[in-house]
Design a protein around this ligand. Structure first.
Ligand SMILES: [Zn+2]
Length: 1127
């Protein structure tokens, strides 16, 4: 290895004289001073020592620029020029609303003025949890601040949420107090804190200012001791500050500049282009220029700060007042091309870790904060969904609503989504999904003249396969989400794509590559908007929603300031994504143009299955049952009330009441309610709504039925879905009658002579129950055999995880989200539950039953298995009735019913809204593996050619078919956010329905409708207008909803709407027969009840002797709405 040789040594070795610099070189000046042409002269010699940038040292130093051990040397020490607290400048008096009340402004101010004055100051403690306190704030502006011409701020931090009101009761903006923390409570970048109220310039000059603050004792994420936990009822919140502050705008500006530069300096993609190094150098230079000398005057400090800012601007681009006001957040640049379309947003969960009553306050706080920002930043725009949230603002905060409505009119506050709220998509019925858009679109049209064209469901837990068809029928061509990016197994392959439902209807879908809806306006987010975009070949555009969300808040001024810097950075540095402020609808229209109407985009068919939150199909059984009960009751109420209004001119269809019931019960369909992921108080609120609204609906239904009643004699059976039935009916516990209805749904109770009765028996170790169709055998503490006599088949065979039928129990400890998730590994932690005891419950007669019982853990459960009497015409469709009665006292256990079958098929079929979908039973790929727990409506079925078995259940939604084993999920026991989730008694009826032929060729859809719906057994005789469908190829057609038109009251026209769908997945033809409907006109309509344009709306109706008929020709899974004008 050779040693490095110094120049002098080299010269000596070579026999050369020592080098002596020429005398003239002493006169060489500092570099870059003398110019040679256009280039600086490169000096011959130098004695200068330049300190190179040492990245690790500078990087460590970045975070210490703001705050740390050397208080006087940190930027955060300069943010205010002056600050005054307490007397004589700040006088605060408080009145606390008693009993946890939420008084209006007027009530509160009256009480505040009448109450004995209670003066408070910093350190006062508000409490307890959820209570409201009204503070009158009387400010005397210090002399020195009155004529500076600068902004003066009232900083009020109650360490919880609050709202500032003007003295005339106008809500001005929200306050989110407390430390500047991440959502999990750790200190971080997320600037949730918003505690500054700008004192109007006029009041500053006058020296006096008064405002009111409503302090509400909860944090942005409720009151859990940490994320997603049950709220602490005893929390208190200290008043941290109530100060008059004169901010230093230069220091604040520098702070934002520096934070963006620091982030850029650390970002891997900026490192690849050299931008990171430039940013780090700028940070280093800023920190070196930030010198706080002894006795520094305010002017000197300002000079230092401005010098520092100018250093940063070499990278960020100029950010003087002039330049800033030409940037995106200050003016609308609709036609400017940009990669990132930024739009302010505030996801407010309609209920979650807080109740509806708290959400109402969150809406007012968050949205007034946005209109306040619009007043200050002329380019700021904001999008908010959920008609019900606007409705609450309108009714509870009319002055705030007027401010919002004004900006809606100006095209800056965008009402989006077209839905009543951001609903769950998996468990509401098809008709419920329609109602979200019917009532949502009607509200936006009526209040703002806005018809939404983009569906907006960023946080819903998966998207059902009929949603595209429902959306298109409601006028929505576009669909926005981000939730599928939460998949914990597979990365969804597209960001921008055509999403086609099971009938082929498509919507243009965008799933933002930013993977979130609570953007903070960071460099990393806008880079992700490009780097994570999987469809760059077609479009490099993405939608970027920024603003604090979930618990409300929305964009903060700090975010808008950061957006300014990012915009400026992009204008100065090619390679940084360009951005602009733009509305979702403009974004989608542009996308549609760019993709030639979607032609250049890939297409995804079928459901958008979320590979997460699979426990939500089961958690909080009471909400799912309550929702299903309401959906059924409302369907029946609308049907009977419509018939009553046709039968008697004097009967007034209760349009308003029905709409109000729908709208309140739909709160429970919010994307945390129906999935069961809210705190307990919200569960209780929903149960109260169900109870109150179902009482009201039943009364209305009884009055409608009373109109249809024609006599006192006998008993009438009315089947609300107009299904022909023949079956055993349990009229009272242990008492059975034979029930039959005809194709128009009318029938009676009877005692047919050709019944074959069932029987149950035991030899002490084997228990059997039999009827003309089946023999079910329990032996060895499990259900070991179900023999189908009609088809000569044993249906049970050893399967996945079990070789017999019965309960299975699993350990259920998900990774992160307790109420939400059941993870794939729970399936490997399950075991069969063996019955302790089996007994014959009913030996025979119309029904024979066995009851098998078991105690496990702290719980007990029974399985009652019953077979019914049959006639020759019912033997092929009689089900095996099962009731699971469970006293559930477990935690983190998952109870299911498993049925291993002697059936071989790679796919199982599941009921869904307005149709069925197939999912794999194999686990070939990770996409198949992810679907280990899925959502179904009504039934799941495993069929092979010639034969199949379905399990039908009315209000359970979690199913799985793995290999040859079917599982129905019965009950879970997560402990957060509700520590007592699903504890107590559950009665879960379900049916096992073996059938000849493959499911697609069977009548399982009709059998399920019969099993999951109950006929009405009514004393007296009834006469009703009837609706039937006839024709050989019509078996797939279901007429579900029959209702009166929403506009009938306003227009005076009498209309009837019928919702039909093809349920099996094939072409269906038939005739719709309407007796006693007095049809004047018939048209095809959309789900908004508007007649379809052109030929699409034309509908031939023929009349013959008081019966009207309409020819039906329906596509596979088509949903149609028939609008009749009647006399
Ligand atoms: Zn949400």
């Amino acid at each position: 290895m050779s040693r490095p040789v110094r120049t002098s040594e080299f010269r000596r070795r070579m026999g050369l004289a020592e080098f002596t610099p020429p005398a003239s070189s002493h006169q060489i000046k500092a570099p870059n001073v003398e110019m040679c042409g256009n280039h600086p002269e490169y000096p011959q010699r130098t004695e200068t020592v330049n300190h190179p940038l040492l990245p690790r040292i500078t990087d460590t130093r970045l975070d210490r620029f703001f705050t740390g051990a050397y208080a006087s040397q940190h930027l955060d020490e300069c943010l205010a020029r002056a600050r005054f607290s307490g007397s004589p400048h700040v006088k605060l008096t408080v009145w606390s609303a008693p009993n946890g009340g939420k008084p209006s402004f007027d009530e509160a101010i009256r009480s505040l003025s009448e109450a004995e004055e209670q003066e408070i100051g910093v350190g006062f403690v508000f409490g307890l949890s959820w209570t409201n306190h009204w503070v009158k704030c009387e400010l005397s502006i210090p002399e020195g601040m009155r004529n500076t011409g600068e902004q003066v701020i009232f900083e009020f931090d109650p360490s919880c949420e609050a709202m500032v009101y003007s003295t005339d009761g106008t809500p001005i903006h929200g306050i989110t107090g407390g430390p500047n923390t991440m959502k999990d409570g750790s200190p971080g970048e997320q600037e949730d804190r918003r505690v500054e109220h700008i004192i109007p310039a006029k009041a500053v000059k006058a020296g006096k200012y008064t405002c009111y603050v409503e302090v509400t004792c909860n944090g942005m994420f409720g009151l859990g001791p940490s994320r997603y936990l049950h709220p602490d009822a005893n929390r208190t919140f200290p008043l941290i500050s109530a100060d008059i502050v004169l901010p230093n705008p230069h220091a604040r500006g520098l702070r934002t500049d520096f934070r963006i530069l620091a982030e850029v300096s650390r970002h891997p993609s900026a490192k690849a282009t050299g931008l990171a190094q430039k940013a780090l150098k700028a940070c280093d230079d800023i920190m070196n220029a930030f010198i706080r000398g002894e006795g520094q005057t305010a002017e000197e400090l300002d000079e230092v700060l401005q010098r520092c800012r100018r250093i940063g601007w070499k990278v960020l681009g100029k950010l003087g007042k002039e330049e800033v006001q030409s940037l995106a957040v200050w003016k609308t640049e609709k036609d400017r091309p940009a990669e990132i379309w930024a739009i302010g947003h505030c996801h407010i969960d309609t209920a979650w870790l807080w109740r509806y009553t708290h959400t109402q306050q969150k809406i007012a706080r968050s949205w007034t904060s946005q209109v306040d920002l619009m007043d200050r930043f002329p380019g700021h725009q904001f999008a908010a969904s959920s008609a019900v949230q606007y409705h609450w603002l309108e009714t509870l905060y009319p002055k705030a609503f007027a401010r919002v409505a004004d900006y809606v009119k100006k095209g800056r506050f965008h009402a989006v989504g077209g839905a009543w709220l951001e609903h769950d998509c998996m468990m509401p019925s098809g008709e419920s999904l329609i109602r979200h858009y019917l009532y949502g679109q009607r509200y936006f049209k009526e209040k703002f003249g806005v018809v939404c064209r983009e569906a907006f469901l960023p946080d819903t837990f998966g998207y059902a396969s009929q949603l595209p068809q429902i959306l298109r029928s409601a006028g929505l061509n576009y669909f926005f989400t981000q939730k599928i990016s939460w998949n914990n197994i597979n990365v969804f392959p597209y960001n921008t794509f055509n999403w086609a439902g099971i009938d082929g209807t498509q919507v243009l879908a965008h799933m933002t590559p930013v993977d979130g809806y609570n953007g903070q306006c960071t460099f990393g987010e806008i880079i992700k908007g490009i780097q994570n975009n999987k469809n760059l070949g077609v479009t490099d555009q993405c939608l970027f929603l920024f603003g604090n969300g979930d618990g409300g808040g929305g964009p903060t001024p700090a975010m808008i300031d950061r957006l300014e810097r990012l915009d400026s950075l992009a204008r100065t540095n090619p390679g940084v994504p360009t951005l602009k402020i733009g509305s979702p609808i403009d974004f989608f229209d542009d996308l549609c143009r760019q993709s030639e109407g979607g032609k250049t985009l890939p297409t995804w068919r079928g459901e958008l299955y979320l590979e997460l939150h699979r426990g939500t199909y089961t958690t909080q059984a009471c909400i799912k049952k309550g929702n299903r009960d309401m959906e059924t009751l409302l369907r029946d109420l609308e049907y009977f009330a419509t018939l009553a209004s046709l039968a008697a001119g004097s009967y007034e269809y209760p349009t308003t009441e029905i709409r109000e019931i729908w709208q309140e019960m739909m709160l429970g369909q919010f994307h945390d309610c129906l999935p069961g992921t809210t705190i307990k108080a919200v569960v209780e609120d929903n149960l109260e709504i169900y109870s109150r609204r179902s009482d009201q609906a039943r009364k209305l239904l009884d009055s409608a039925l009373a109109v249809l009643r024609t006599g006192e004699e006998g008993t009438t059976v009315i089947e609300p879905l107009r299904l022909a039935r023949e079956e055993v009916h349990e009229s009272a516990p242990g008492q059975y009658k034979w029930l039959s209805t005809n194709a128009s749904g009318l029938g009676a109770l009877s005692s047919p002579s050709d019944l074959t009765l069932p029987s149950a028996a035991s030899d002490g170790s084997t228990y059997t129950v039999s009827n003309a169709r089946y023999t079910v055998t329990l032996s060895s503490k499990r259900i070991t055999s179900i023999f189908d006599k009609l088809n000569s088949r044993e249906i049970i065979a050893p399967g996945v995880g079990t070789s017999s039928a019965g309960f299975m129990i699993y350990e259920d400890y998900p990774l992160t989200y307790d109420a939400w998730d059941a993870e794939i590994y729970h399936l490997q932690m399950g075991k069969e539950v063996e019955f302790d005891k089996v007994e014959v419950k009913e030996e025979g007669g119309m029904r024979a039953s066995l009851v098998a019982s078991v105690n496990f853990g702290k719980s007990s459960a029974k399985l009652i298995i019953s077979l019914d009497a049959t006639t020759p015409s019912t033997v092929a469709s009689t089900p095996i009735h099962v009731v699971a009665e469970i006293d559930w006292r477990e935690q983190h256990r998952f109870l299911k019913f498993a049925l291993p079958l002697d059936i071989h098929s790679a796919y199982a079929t599941y009921g869904t809204q307005f149709g069925v979908i197939e999912r794999p039973t194999h686990r070939n790929t990770t996409i198949d593996q992810a679907k280990f727990e899925v959502c179904a409506h009504g039934f799941a079925d495993l069929s092979e050619a010639g034969y199949g078995v379905a399990i039908a259940c009315r209000d359970k939604y979690g199913y799985a078919v793995e290999g040859n084993t079917m599982r129905l999920s019965l009950v879970r026991a997560p402990t957060s956010p509700d520590p007592e989730t699903d504890q107590g008694y559950h009665s879960i009826p379900f049916a096992i329905m073996p059938h000849a032929r493959h499911v697609a060729e069977s009548d399982i859809v009709q059998q399920t409708l019969r099993y999951t719906n109950q006929p009405y057994i009514l004393p007296g005789s009834y006469s009703l207008p009837t609706v039937t469908v006839s024709g050989d190829a019509s078996s797939g057609i279901v007429v579900e909803t029959i209702k009166r038109g929403e506009d009938d009251e306003a227009t005076g026209t009498k209309t009837v709407l019928l919702r039909l769908y093809e349920s099996k997945g094939g072409r269906a033809r038939g005739v719709l027969n309407l007796a006693d409907f007095k049809v004047k006109e018939a048209e095809w309509a959309n789900v908004l009840e508007q007649t379809l344009e052109g030929d699409e709306g034309k509908c031939e109706v023929t009349e013959s002797q008081g019966a009207w008929s309409v020819a039906l020709d329906m596509r596979s899974f088509e949903i149609r709405t028939l609008r009749l004008v009647v006399e």
